[in-house]
Design a protein around this ligand. Structure first.
Ligand code: NAD
Length: 347
C-alpha cells in the first residue's frame, strides 16, 4: 500500500507563494524561516521588532523587515500579498521572564489581534498561531507526576497568569475568525522547545539552555557548583526544534486541524534534576547542586498528552532528549567561547 503523504506546505503551495513569518528574529520563527527556505520556497518575508543585527539567524535570500507588530499599520505592511501567515511573535521568555513581566506578556495580545485582521484583509489563505502549554489549567499541574495534559484540559480555564491568559484569549480570537468569517486558522500549543539559535543567557532563556550554559561555565571557571531553580523535582517535557518546525508545517496544512488547538510537544517527561544529570554527562563533569527555593520554578509538573496528534497526523515529536541536548550543548559552547572572545552572539 502506498504510504500516506504527510500534510505540508510542499504539497499545497507554489514555490513562489508568499509566506510571512512573524517573530523571525527569534528562536522558533528563525528556524521555521530556514526550514521553508530549505524546502525551496522562494518568497519568504521575515519580520521582527529587533534590529536586524540582533536576529538570532538570518536566512539568505529572505526579505527581512524590522517592524513592531503590536502596531496595526505594521501588521498591514507585513501581510501585504501573503498567502500564509505564521505568527510566532511574542514578548516572552522562560519562567524567570514570564513570572516577572506579566504586563509585557499580556500585551502580545495586540500582535495577534492586528496580525490576524491584517492577514484576513490581505486575503491570506491560512493563519498560524503559536500558543503554549501555559494556556492549560494550572490546577492540573501542581505535582511532578501529574497526568499529561490533553487538549480539553484548557477548560475550565485557569491559565498561567499573564502569559497563559494571553495565549488562551488569542486562541479564541483565531477560533472565532474561522467560525464567523471562515478564515482558516491553525493553533499549536507548544510545550518547551529547545535547540541551537535560541536564547541561552540574559534572563529569557529556558531550562535546557540555562542548564547547558551553567555546565559549560562551571567547566570553564572551575567553580564546580550549579544553582538549580526550585528543588529540582519539578518535571517537564522538551521538544527539539527540528520536531517543532516539522510539526508546525503539518498542523498548518491539516484540514482536520482548522481552528482546533493541538499539543505540539514531546511526551518524554523528565525532572529538572535528571536534565542536569544529562547535561553533566554531555559536558563530562560532575557538579555540586545548590537549590534556590526562592527562584521562579513554574508548575510542579507538565507533560504533553500526544494521543490527539498521533491520531490526526500519525506522528509526534520524537528526537531523543539526549541527542537534542548534545547538539544544543555543542552550540551553546561555541556561543560561550565566542562571547568570551568578545564576538557578537545570540542572547
Ligand atoms: P523568541 O523570544 O525567541 O521569539 C519571539 C520573537 O518575537 C522575538 O524575536 C521578539 O523580538 C519578537 N517580537 C516580540 N514582540 C514583537 C513585536 N511587537 N513586533 C515584532 N516582533 C516582536 O521566542 P520563541 O521561543 O521563538 O517563541 C516563539 C513563539 O512560540 C511565541 O509565541 C512563544 O510564546 C511560543 N512558545 C514558545 C515556547 C518555547 O519553548 N520556546 C513554548 C511555548 C510557546
Amino acid at each position: 500500500m502506498a504510504k500516506k503523504q504527510r500534510p505540508g506546505a510542499a504539497s499545497v503551495l507554489e514555490k513562489d507563494d508568499l509566506i510571512v513569518i512573524a517573530g523571525a528574529g527569534g528562536f522558533i520563527a528563525g528556524a521555521l524561516t530556514r526550514y521553508f527556505h530549505d524546502q525551496g520556497f522562494r518568497r519568504l518575508r521575515a519580520i521582527d521588532k529587533k534590529p536586524l543585527p540582533e536576529w538570532y539567524q538570518r536566512v539568505p535570500g529572505v526579505e527581512c523587515l524590522c517592524l513592531d507588530l503590536s502596531q496595526e499599520e505594521s501588521c498591514q505592511r507585513a501581510c501585504e500579498g501573503a498567502v500564509e501567515v505564521y505568527n510566532l511573535a511574542a514578548d516572552m521568555g522562560g519562567m524567570g521572564f514570564i513570572e516577572r513581566f506579566r504586563i509585557e506578556c499580556l500585551r502580545s495580545i495586540l500582535i495577534n489581534t492586528h496580525m490576524i485582521e491584517s492577514a484576513y484583509r490581505a486575503g491570506a489563505r491560512r493563519y498560524f498561531f503559536s500558543s503554549s502549554a501555559c494556556a492549560y489549567n494550572v490546577e492540573l499541574q501542581k505535582k511532578p507526576d501529574c497526568p499529561a495534559l490533553k487538549e480539553s484540559d484548557a477548560y475550565p480555564a485557569m491559565a498561567e497568569r499573564g502569559y497563559g491568559w494571553e495565549k488562551l484569549m488569542s486562541e479564541m480570537v483565531c477560533q472565532e475568525y474561522w467560525v464567523e468569517r471562515q478564515f482558516e486558522t491553525h493553533i499549536a500549543r507548544f510545550h518547551n522547545v529547545y535547540g541551537g539559535f535560541g536564547t541561552w543567557h540574559g534572563g529569557r532563556e529556558k531550562a535546557p539552555a540555562a542548564i547547558c550554559r551553567k555546565v559549560i561555565e562551571a567547566k570553564d571557571t572551575g567553580n564546580r557548583e550549579i544553582v538549580i531553580w526550585g528543588d529540582g523535582h519539578q518535571t517537564r517535557s522538551f521538544m527539539y526544534i527540528d520536531d517543532c518546525v516539522l510539526g508546525i508545517d503539518m498542523i498548518m496544512h491539516c484540514d482536520k486541524l482548522i481552528a482546533t488547538p493541538i499539543n505540539l510537544g514531546s511526551s518524554f517527561l523528565v525532572s529538572i534534576n535528571d536534565l542536569v544529570l544529562m547535561a553533566e554527562e554531555i559536558g563530562g563533569i560532575k557538579l555540586t547542586r545548590k537549590y534556590d527555593l526562592d527562584a521562579p520554578k513554574g508548575v510542579g509538573g507538565r507533560n504533553s498528552d500526544n494521543t490527539f496528534i498521533k491520531q490526526v497526523l500519525g506522528w509526534e515529536p520524537s528526537t531523543p532528549l539526549k541527542n537534542g541536548l548534545r547538539k544544543t550543548h555543542a552550540w551553546i559552547e561555541q556561543q560561550y567561547m565566542a562571547r568570551k572572545a568578545g564576538r557578537r552572539t545570540v542572547s
